[in-house]
Design a protein around this ligand. Structure first.
Ligand code: UT7
Length: 354
């Protein structure tokens, strides 16, 4: 029997930050509103494309696993903000790491990384793949209308990656659940795609639809349901869970979820203050942060859950392996950024806010 275990991890967060105080210089908001309502203090704004963030995260994950790009036999990249739709950006990462394998993007919005992790484990358990790179990478600042405070304050850019390897040692991904609620399709939408009128400039200024309160409610219900289901399916008691690594959209969503599941708050990995919501990248970034802080110990049991536009939801239950330190460190870095977060968004702010 083959098991699918995470053996490498890496993140790439662009250096420029946009604080709540920075946002308050151009829209009617404040740190006093954002922080208690969401848990967010700052977000990172990228000076490079999504595939560059993804490639650096991937190189760091490979080094942590002690592998080369040529060892990888499948690349799954979760993103809703690729630099190009055709070709996919998993192929850019593939070229950058020197892999020879299948490579594809998936769009399950904020649940994308867990969809990818679930699929990777199935590939491995079926014997089809041995070493799969799963990446979550986003440049959501591209989509933002900086005049709309209800969405402008929530999102950020970043990437995280893991290597999932076939092993004989019991553990790794124990089970996963995926779901989608199409009744919620219209409450979270970035109207960017072939439905746009290419020959009408106004239509190219695509819209964002967002009903925060409705998403909030459905997020808790969706993540709670799938988390309970995956625990039951795997025969694991919630008391046996050492860490919950939830999607980071709002700290109040995490608090309510954990509370309802009767899991102590200390078991939740929460890092939203530094990054905001980086969609498909929140969970792999949180995995990296938890390891860097020494929170995750060998062989611990981790429950991860997410929700996103669609409305997608996912839950993955996995056991960490024996190793919580990287085998090697990568020297991969982004090109230097000379601009501040405010400078990077200045053009878009002028467009939307005048
Ligand atoms: O990963 C998927 C995407 N994530 C999400 O969709 C997150 C889910 N939703 C949420 O996190 C919360 O609903 C929000 C943080 C977005 C909003 O929190 P809320 O407690 O639901 O606020 P609200 O929408 O009910 O707005 C309350 C007030 C309104 O003013 P009035 O009508 O009471 O005068 C808003 O206009 O807060 C106002 N408001 C703001 N004020 C300052 C909304 N956004 C802001 C803002 N700064 N950024």
């Amino acid at each position: 029997m083959q098991y699918a275990t995470i053996t490498g991890w890496g993140k790439c967060v662009p250096p420029a930050t946009l604080t709540n105080h920075d946002l308050a210089t151009f829209i009617d908001t404040s740190d006093e509103w954002i922080k208690p309502r969401t848990g967010i203090s700052q977000r990172h704004i990228s000076h490079v494309n999504t595939s560059e963030l993804a490639s650096v995260a991937a190189k760091r994950a490979l080094a942590a696993a002690g592998l080369e790009g040529s060892d990888i036999d499948l690349i799954i990249l979760a993103t809703a903000s690729p630099d190009t739709l055709i070709p996919n950006i998993a192929s850019t990462v593939q070229a950058n790491i020197g892999a020879s394998c299948g490579a594809f993007d998936i769009n399950a919005a904020c649940s994308g990384f867990l969809y990818g992790l679930g699929l990777a484990s199935s590939q491995i358990k079926s014997g089809q793949s041995k070493k799969v790179l799963v990446i979550g990478a986003e440049r959501l600042s591209f989509y933002l209308d900086w005049s709309r405070r209800e969405t402008a304050v929530l999102f950020g850019d970043g990437a995280g990656a893991v290597v999932v390897e076939a092993t004989d040692q019991p553990g790794g991904v124990l089970g996963y659940e995926l779901n989608n609620d199409p009744a919620g399709r219209d409450i979270l939408k970035a109207g960017f795609g072939t439905a746009m009128d290419r020959f009408n400039a106004a239509s190219l200024d695509f819209y964002i639809e967002f009903n925060g309160q409705e998403i909030f409610k459905r997020a808790i219900a969706g993540m709670g349901k799938l988390s309970t289901k995956v625990l039951e399916k795997c025969g694991v008691d919630k008391e046996e869970v050492d860490w919950v690594i939830p999607h980071q959209a709002n700290e109040r969503i995490i608090d309510t979820l954990i509370n309802r599941m009767k899991i102590p708050k200390e078991k939740a990995v929460v890092n939203i203050a530094n990054y905001g919501n980086t969609s498909a990248a929140t969970i792999p970034i949180a995995i990296c942060d938890a390891l860097e802080k020494g929170m995750i110990k060998p062989n611990q049991t981790i429950l991860s859950c997410a929700f996103g536009a669609g409305l997608t939801s996912a839950a993955v239950l996995f056991k960490w392996g024996d190793r919580v330190t990287p085998i090697n460190q990568s020297d991969a870095e982004l090109p230097p950024c000379e601009q501040t977060g405010i400078e990077l968004v200045a053009g878009a702010v002028k467009h939307f806010c005048g």
